[in-house]
Design a protein. Structure first.
Length: 153
């Protein structure tokens, strides 16, 4: 595991979580139980803090970061798709963030929402619970379906 102390901040990883040897988990980062942190992922809790809830996946080459004295919160059962960026945002439980998406500063993603591939959720934007957002900039285009919910991210 590539866990790095930053100043006096040490990452904590929950039981049963996998952190790839080529991922970098730095500083004030707390990863829940049963998580997956893929190769090339960077979770940088240097001047801010990061929390990843249990059973969440931060896939290959993702970047998760928080501004100084702020936090980035990723809920439980969340999937952050390959190459996505989550910066200083709040991502609620059961969210799916598509590959290459960007969730920017102070954005909030509601429970059970889906952020499409390549979507850009702007600074301060709020995506309500159980919505699908796509595009650049991100726009809500509908509600999640029961089929989507049954696929538990």
């Amino acid at each position: 595991m590539a866990l790095f102390k930053f100043e006096e901040k040490i990452p904590k990883v929950g039981e049963g979580s996998f952190v790839s040897e080529s991922a970098e988990v730095i500083g004030d980062v707390q990863i829940g139980e049963g998580c997956y942190i893929g190769p090339g992922a960077v979770l940088r809790g240097d001047f801010g803090s990061i929390t990843v809830g249990s059973y969440s996946a931060i896939e290959e080459n993702c970047i998760v970061h928080a501004r100084p004295d702020c936090s980035c919160e990723i809920g439980e059962h969340v999937t952050v798709g390959h190459g996505a960026i989550v910066h200083n945002a709040v991502v609620s439980d059961y969210v799916s963030i598509g590959m290459g998406a960007v969730v920017s500063n102070d954005a909030e993603i509601g429970k059970w929402s889906i952020i499409g591939e390549g979507c850009v959720v702007r600074t301060g934007q709020k995506i309500p619970a159980e919505k699908v957002a796509v595009g650049v900039p991100g726009k809500v285009v509908g509600d999640i379906t029961e089929d989507q919910r049954s696929r538990d991210p």
